[in-house]
Design a binder for this molecule. Structure first.
Ligand SMILES: Nc1ncnc2c1ncn2[C@@H]1O[C@H](COP(=O)(O)OP(=O)(O)OP(=O)(O)O)[C@@H](O)[C@H]1O
Length: 895
């Protein structure tokens, strides 16, 4: 047995092997150690012919689901090895085989999954210069494919889809994506699968075979090639590892990127669309505010809509019309929502039916859901001709025949198991009724026999009992033992009773038990037949489920709009964003008593492209900018928006660069991440994009930061270069000078009121630049000790006496200094460059006079060698000062 085990384990090296032994799944060796730790199981041992006993632990077969889910949710893959023949009939060792491999992306146990999100398995295939991607949710049958040219686009897609598991071919792993990092950061399992899965011909054949078509032409996949490979490989992998029917995957949808607004992964995270940045929680996200859906299907559709704002005015307007129609008829809306309440997850139920694991209770849940369809259809039909809702009403199949079928066949409260009978309703099948009667009549037969034997033997407390081992028997307590007649046969002796059978009792037992067995088998086959009949209509059920999801999503958006006083945005294509009295949808819910202060936004693609926003810390700059991005995004998903009025010119992309991101695990410095994101924005934004930049340049020295920020604004403002609409928050007040210099830049600030030494935040955005930073006042609010504040005030005073910033502007001094970035050979070569910010700052502080090496004949090499790793621009002024000071000391020594 252990030898067989080792052979099987060899085949499933990357999985934990659950090896079925009787009523347990056992794990051995390393697997046992992992499981004992992760599942808190006792580690025992088993002799296995080796010197040491094999570490072993096990879980009971009937409770396996919980343990499986625990392992899978921790990112393990589990191979289930079952006994595939009846142990009683086995000659020698019982045959065993792996029947399923459970992984995070293929978990079918819906109890373990978040119902408001899809559980995707993503397959990525990398060829010379493109990525083919496909993602499948086995629990719903959703199946997509896409193609991307760059790694960046692929990572954005991963950020959108958030699959639970990625499978890929080898080149993908070596193409530059660090999959261990991906695994750690995104918490998803990434693994390479065999190359044969990606064989092009085989992938085409897999798809043709699955969709039962002679060619792929009819599937709408024209123009896709590598995407098809990913799709074929994904399907093949599922077939191989799951060994379940995949018939519920009835269509494949190509992802059409020009239908949706492009949101990169940093923006998704920064805008907290479906989860918050830090806690990764739903509460505090846009989804949290907008989700009042009643069904799991509706929640998933809403989440997908939030992740994919639209670009077409027609499509957006159609959604807005739908919400308006629902709110003009709030009674209908609430009626629909009431009917939606009892609807279970039809998509996941029909998938369960498709892979034949649905039990009778699932069918009852299905029936209960179906019972709500006719009234919903009726309400939908009452909407005006031409509306989407009316269209849904007309298209929706209320599936009354399936309801009638389950209603007539399956009992109201059936057992969970399918093999023990008690599922099929009386009157549905004649033979079932007949066998049931035999069962009840059998009881009477037994009662009659008992009476007769009591009379004959005079054993007063004679009983007929039943157990699984002995079947029916007569039980006599010891006090009556002497009265037992000769024709009874003893079956068992207990401490104070004896058990007997008689020929007649045996006869009755046979017919009763026979009826029981036949009934169970018959009920099971009828149940399977009902399940098949439902399965036969899977296409209709899936279409109806999508309509229900959409209706639920719209009803939710409508209700949220009404409850929170949102307005319908006016969607245009003129590039103008004109929001009056806009509010942040999440922050306004988080703060108490309607304290949120609304603000206007005006941007266009001509004279008001860029708004530079200054104002003290805590004033509300970030909130304001995110609010603008969120309102545009909400409008483009077709939702009403929190404002008094909003005119939204469709944007093709939203980019954000906000605060420190949580990419620290990737091993990059904060400043490096900041600059990477800025670079990404400048490379990918178009003149129709909306860009949110929050304090860029903050991560480096003041002057470098200011210069970068300045140059970025210039670049964006220049129509020939970029010309995108931009909100730019900054603490560099110097940037406000750009208003005069660049035509399309406006200054705004968030107002505060001074009250003695303190400030009061007014949260109102007004024209003009802020005059002060109020950093110390905010530090006071945060509880920084008074003596620190006092000292800070003194330093501010000193610094402003020097007025570094204004003098810095005039400095154009150029002097010779080696460039540290050059190779050793070139280091003595003198280059001309301007002073760095740190040097100027140091100079102005009067603590160091800058040295000039031009009149000395010192070779710089030695000093440079020591300073080689130090980049001045990455240091604080004080550090820069120290470095320069050390250099000066060394120079003095040499001189
Ligand atoms: N319009 C508003 N109405 C009411 N409260 C607001 C408003 N805007 C912001 N706030 C509150 O002020 C807090 C600080 O806002 P925010 O983080 O946007 O400030 P900030 O100016 O970006 O600060 P910093 O420059 O320090 O990053 C928010 O958490 C929010 O609770």
């Amino acid at each position: 047995m252990m030898q067989k085990y080792v052979e099987t384990k060899e085949e499933y090296k990357d999985c934990i092997l659950f090896y079925r032994l009787g009523d347990f799944y056992e794990m051995f060796f390393e697997d046992a150690k992992i499981c004992s730790q992760e599942l808190e199981l006792t580690l025992t041992g088993k002799s296995c012919g080796l010197e040491e006993r094999a570490p072993m632990c096990g879980v009971p077969f009937h409770a396996v689901d919980g343990y499986l889910n625990k392992l899978v949710s921790k990112g393990y893959k589990v191979a289930i090895c079952e006994q595939v023949e009846d142990p009683k009939l086995a000659k020698g060792l019982v045959k065993r085989a792996v029947t399923r491999v459970v992984t995070p992306g293929t978990n079918l146990d819906t109890k373990a999954l978040d119902e408001s999100r899809n559980n995707y398995l993503m397959c990525v295939v990398y060829t010379t210069n493109a990525y083919g991607v496909s993602y499948v949710d086995v629990t719903t049958g959703d199946y997509y494919l896409a193609e991307f040219e760059s790694e960046n686009q692929l990572l954005d897609e991963i950020g959108k889809v958030v699959p639970s598991e990625i499978i890929c071919n080898d080149p993908f792993l070596v193409s530059g994506i660090d999959f261990a990092d991906l695994q750690a950061r995104l918490g998803m399992v990434v693994s390479a699968i065999d190359a044969w899965y990606f064989d092009e011909d085989k992938c085409y054949d897999t798809l043709k075979h699955h969709f039962k078509v002679g060619s792929l032409n009819g599937l709408g996949l024209d123009g896709y090639s590598i995407g098809i490979i990913a799709a074929g490989a994904a399907l093949e992998y599922l077939e191989e590892t799951q060994k379940i029917s995949l018939d519920h995957i009835t269509k494949i949808t190509p992802y059409v990127s020009d239908r949706y607004m492009l949101l990169d992964r940093a923006t998704r995270r920064n805008l907290e669309l479906c989860e918050t940045m830090r806690e990764k929680a739903k509460r505090g996200s846009l989804f949290w505010v907008l989700d009042k859906t009643k069904t799991a299907m509706g929640a998933r559709m809403l989440r997908n809509a939030i992740e994919q704002p639209l670009l077409s005015k027609e499509e957006i307007d159609q959604r807005l019309d739908t919400i308006e129609a629902l709110n003009q008829n709030a009674i209908n809306r609430e009626e629909i929502r009431e009917y939606l309440g009892p609807i279970y997850d039809l998509e996941r139920l029909i998938s369960k039916i498709s892979y034949r694991s649905a039990n009778p209770r699932d069918l009852i849940a299905f029936r209960q859901s179906l019972s709500m369809l006719p009234p919903i259809k009726q309400v939908l039909n009452s909407f005006e001709e031409g509306t989407l809702l009316k269209q849904y009403g007309q298209e929706m199949d209320a599936l009354e025949d399936l309801f009638a079928l389950i209603d007539a066949s399956i009992m109201e409260e059936p057992p969970l198991t399918v093999r023990e009978g008690g599922m099929i309703k009386d009157g549905y099948n004649e033979e079932v009724d007949h066998l049931r009667r035999a069962k009840t009549d059998g009881k009477q037969w037994l009662a009659d026999l008992l009476e007769k034997e009591k009379e004959r033997t005079d054993i007063k407390n004679l009983k007929i009992k039943y157990n699984k081992v002995f079947g029916y028997y007569l039980e006599v307590t010891n006090s009556y033992k002497d009265l037992v007649p000769d024709d009874w046969t003893r079956k068992q002796t207990l401490a104070n009773a004896e058990r007997y059978t008689t020929p007649r009792l045996k006869e009755l037992e046979d017919s009763i038990m026979g009826a029981e067995d036949r009934l169970c088998n018959l009920e099971y086959s009828i149940f399977c037949d009902v399940r098949e009949k439902i399965y036969a209509q899977i296409g209709k059920v899936q279409t109806t489920a999508k309509i229900i999801a959409a209706v639920d999503m719209f009803a939710s958006l409508a209700l949220v709009a009404e409850q929170n006083n949102y307005v319908r945005p006016q969607i245009t294509t003129d590039g103008k964003i004109d929001i009056r009295e806009g509010r942040h949808p999440v922050v306004e819910k988080m703060i108490r008593n309607d304290m949120f202060v609304s603000n206007d936004t005006y941007l266009d693609d001509k004279k008001h492209k860029i708004a530079i926003i200054t104002g003290p810390n805590m004033a509300g700059k970030s909130t304001y900018m995110r609010q603008t991005a969120l309102l545009v995004l909400m409008a483009q998903i077709g939702s009403f928006v929190p404002a008094q009025s909003a005119q939204i010119g469709i944007v093709d992309r939203i980019f954000t660069r906000v605060g420190a991101s949580d990419d620290l695990a990737s091993g990059q410095s904060t400043f490096m991440i900041e600059m990477t994101e800025v670079a990404n924005i400048l490379r990918n934004a178009t003149k129709n994009s909306l860009i949110i930049l929050d304090e860029i340049g903050r991560g480096t020295s003041t002057f470098d930061g200011l210069s970068i920020a300045w140059a970025v604004v210039e670049y964006i403002a220049n129509t020939k270069l970029l010309g995108a609409k931009t909100l730019f928050a900054t603490h560099y007040h110097e940037l406000t000078e750009l208003e005069g210099k660049l035509e399309s830049v406006d200054n705004y600030c968030i107002a505060v009121k001074e009250q003695g030494e303190d400030i009061v935040f007014l949260r109102k955005i007004i024209k003009g630049g802020a005059d002060k930073s109020y950093g110390i006042q905010v530090a006071k609010l945060a509880g920084v000790p008074e003596n620190v504040l006092k000292r800070a005030r003194e330093i501010v005073q000193q610094l402003s006496d020097h007025d570094i910033a204004s003098k810095a502007k005039d400095i154009e001094v150029e002097y010779e200094i080696p460039d540290y970035d050059y190779g050793i050979e070139q280091q003595s070569k003198r280059r001309v460059r301007k002073k760095t910010a740190s040097e100027i700052e140091s100079e102005k502080l009067g603590q160091l006079s800058l040295f000039d090496t031009s009149n000395t004949n010192i070779k710089m090499d030695d000093i440079i060698l020591e300073l080689h790793d130090i980049n001045l621009s990455d240091t604080t002024p004080i550090e820069a000062l120290n470095i320069l000071y050390k250099m000066q000391e060394k120079l003095k020594e040499r001189m």
